[in-house]
Design a protein around this ligand. Structure first.
Ligand SMILES: C[S@@+](CC[C@H](N)C(=O)[O-])C[C@H]1O[C@@H](n2cnc3c(N)ncnc32)[C@H](O)[C@@H]1O
Length: 357
């Protein structure tokens, strides 16, 4: 999934900084985990993982990829009829594919929440066009079915998240946006004409016990202990809850009173990140670092962030002598002021490291 600040491309660098300290295993906490790219990578190479994020959408990743270690059996859906199985026998023997296939074949629901809130044919006065009418109706059918299975005990908690994550991934492949959900495009992008289709996610086998949380990092930090604390907070003033409001609402399916042209969901102060405001961040970040019970702290940040490199080094320096900063070359496209042409502007991505005394 496209997600601002996703660290898929930086995994080798993060691993290098950690292994350079001779750390090959132990407990790693990814406390601002987002898509869980970092947590998933370190789970795969044998670490025990604690992961966390404020958003429910991110928690879905955490439950499906981190806390869950096994292939789902879907015993409670054993009698599910198999409609139009595209690949015959294989679908009949793989329960995960069988259930996804069943959901993919559902008929759309005509008057559901997603259709009404985000599709042009729905009842919202703005005729928002985030999702085509047919895909919006399909999302309502699938999301409603997953919730009904959970409510009547037909699926386990792990299975619930192993169905929700493919749905969120599928939604992100057919939405009419240019990057985030802050606004929809005026004309329909080619991807919106594709039929929404769930695909299985690559769950990660493991014998270790991993835990996913959904809490404010500053609240959780006092209750956990780890060998490596990986910190990847937001860098700028844009709140993730507003940038990803549509996915968050589909994940929660809590029928909020979405408002305005872009259909934002209302959110409380607790759902806002302190790391998106300079004043709040300059309190929250030192508080987080001072409470961390970790042997090593690794942090991602970039040169356009709310905090300066010196500010970060000063705070890290309170927990260990000689904190390090590793610049990583990283290019980003940025719009010109008229939005017409794209220029390459160099943003310096950094990894910070301190060994805790
Ligand atoms: C830069 S992104 C992390 C990206 C992640 N490393 C990845 O690879 O996808 C920052 C994340 O921090 C989360 N966040 C912001 N403030 C938080 C807080 N106070 N506690 C926990 N998570 C927070 C956001 O929801 C967002 O997912």
């Amino acid at each position: 999934m496209r997600y601002i600040g996703c660290k898929n491309n930086l995994l080798p660098h993060i691993e290098e900084v950690i292994s350079h300290q001779g750390v090959q295993n132990g407990v790693l906490c990814d406390i601002f985990a987002g898509t869980h790219a970092v947590a998933a990578h370190f789970k795969k190479i044998g670490f025990q993982i604690i992961s966390n994020d404020l958003l429910f959408l991110a928690y879905v990743f955490g439950r499906a990829l981190i806390q869950n270690n096994r292939k789902p059996t879907f015993y409670g859906l054993i009698d599910l009829p198999q409609t139009n199985a595209p690949s015959g026998l294989f679908d009949r023997v793989d329960p995960y594919l069988k259930v996804l296939n069943y959901l993919n074949q559902l008929d759309g629901v005509k008057d559901g929440f997603v259709f009404n809130a985000y599709c042009p044919g729905g009842i919202n006065k703005y005729r928002r066009q985030y999702i085509s009418d047919s895909n919006g109706q399909k999302i309502d059918a699938i999301r409603g079915q997953i919730e009904a299975w959970k409510a009547n005990g037909a699926i386990t908690d792990d299975e619930y998240y192993l169905l929700l994550l493919p749905l969120l991934e599928a939604v992100s492949r057919v939405t009419n946006i240019s990057g985030t959900y802050g606004a929809y495009l005026k004309t329909w992008d080619a991807r919106t004409y594709k039929t929404l289709t769930l695909e299985p996610i690559a769950w990660i086998p493991s014998e270790k016990e991993h835990t996913a949380y959904r809490e404010d990092a500053n609240h959780l930090i006092g209750r956990i202990e780890c060998d490596v604390l990986y910190i990847d907070p937001p860098y700028n003033t844009r709140q993730y809850i507003t940038n990803y409001h549509l996915l968050e609402t589909i994940a929660r399916y809590d029928n909020p009173d979405v408002y305005g042209k872009t259909g934002l969901r209302p959110y409380s102060d607790e759902e806002k990140s302190a790391y998106c405001s300079k004043t709040a961040c300059m309190n929250a970040f030192p508080d987080l670092i001072s409470k961390a019970r970790a042997k090593h702290i690794v942090m991602s940040y970039n040169s356009e962030g709310i905090m300066t490199e010196t500010e970060i080094l000063n705070v890290l320096g309170q927990r260990g002598s000689n904190p390090k900063i590793y610049p990583i070359d990283y290019r980003r496209f940025k719009s010109n002021s008229n939005g017409a042409k794209k220029n390459k502007k160099k943003v310096q991505e950094y990894l910070f490291y301190v060994k805790v005394n």
